[in-house]
Design a protein. Structure first.
Length: 331
């Protein structure tokens, strides 16, 4: 709900310095704690941001937080070989066997995205906020040899078969050069937004790029649901960018956005509708646990799917991907 009393404080935007145009109170609803947190939206750049970053933010990342589970599964050698062939085709678009398997069953959309962006299997890829290394494990299975995740919230480094998948650190602690630095729905969790991008610029190899995937308030879902929008994810999401605020932030850190597109999914609808009805994502009645006990019909879910695709095409989906390159002008 909007809180009129808070609007009198007029906090300043931490992205552009503009004044707050509206304030909201959002609740923690992933796990159903229902703790309330004030957010404000900048009147200039449109960025929605938490009013005060909780000092105890770590307690909202319990051990069962979804990204901490690496999701590694051992499979038989033949199946592993076939999966790898399909994944390599998704990225490099080479190989007859991979082509056949690809058209029979599509691999993870992120691998297809990497292929569209010209990412190579030999690229040094840093997955920032990558939890327990689940995405990196998938990349290793696909043939990437130099992918690494970092996450300051994991308990310890994650090592499998003598190879480090994820390190307990952030971008300010990592050293080296990287061809791709990716934030797959992790950048919105980070407080030092400009500093983080400036550090990424220093870590990029020549020709390197930054890929950021985040929720966005330049969306129908935010306009429809406001504080019940699942994308707010209080208090873990500290910044919910507009298209404009992300462009301004990129420029302030010495980047330009080379490409911007939407990749939102149906969670924007079913998650937000549940929050309106006080149903957490982790609830037994949540669609996340299956359709049977949920409040939705199969027809509603199909409609959500159609609407999400339409909004993406219109650049009105609630999640965006931004491919950033150094602008050459310095910081």
């Amino acid at each position: 709900m909007t809180d009129p009393a808070l609007s009198a404080t007029q906090p300043l935007c931490r992205i552009c310095g503009g004044p707050a145009s509206a304030m909201y109170v959002a609740r923690e609803m992933m796990f159903g704690r229902r703790d309330a947190f004030p957010y404000f939206q900048c009147g200039d750049c449109g960025c929605l941001q938490i009013a005060d970053v909780p000092a105890d933010l770590g307690r909202y990342y319990p051990n069962n937080y979804y990204s901490f589970n690496p999701g590694r599964k051992r499979v038989r050698p033949l199946r592993r070989f076939l999966r790898a062939a399909r994944a390599r085709f998704a990225v490099e678009r080479k190989g007859l066997l991979g082509r056949v398997l690809f058209w029979q069953k599509k691999p993870d959309p992120l691998l297809v995205m990497y292929g569209d962006l010209g990412v190579k299997l030999t690229d040094r890829l840093l997955d920032v906020g990558g939890g327990g290394g689940g995405h990196v494990w998938q990349l290793r299975e696909a043939g990437f040899t130099r992918a690494l995740a970092i996450d300051r919230f994991i308990d310890r480094d994650v090592e499998v078969d003598g190879t480090i998948l994820a390190r307990k650190m952030d971008v300010f602690g990592i050293e080296g050069e990287f061809d791709i630095i990716a934030f797959h729905h992790s950048f919105e969790h980070m407080d030092r937004q400009r500093d983080t991008l400036v550090r990424c610029r220093a870590l990029l190899a020549r020709g390197g790029r930054v890929l950021i995937r985040v929720p966005t308030v330049t969306s129908e879902a935010w306009e429809r649901y406001r504080e019940n929008w699942v994308g707010v994810d209080a208090p873990r999401h500290l910044y919910l960018h507009s298209h404009e605020s992300l462009r301004r932030l990129a420029a302030a850190a010495g980047f330009r956005i080379e490409r911007l597109w939407c990749d939102s999914e149906i969670l924007q609808f079913w998650g937000s509708e549940q929050y309106r009805r006080d149903i957490p994502l982790d609830d037994e009645k949540s669609y996340g646990r299956g359709l049977d006990k949920s409040i939705f019909t199969a027809e509603q879910i199909a409609d959500f799917r159609r609407r999400a695709a339409q909004l993406n095409a219109e650049m009105r989906g609630d999640a965006i991907c931004a491919l950033m390159v150094p602008d050459g002008a310095g910081v």
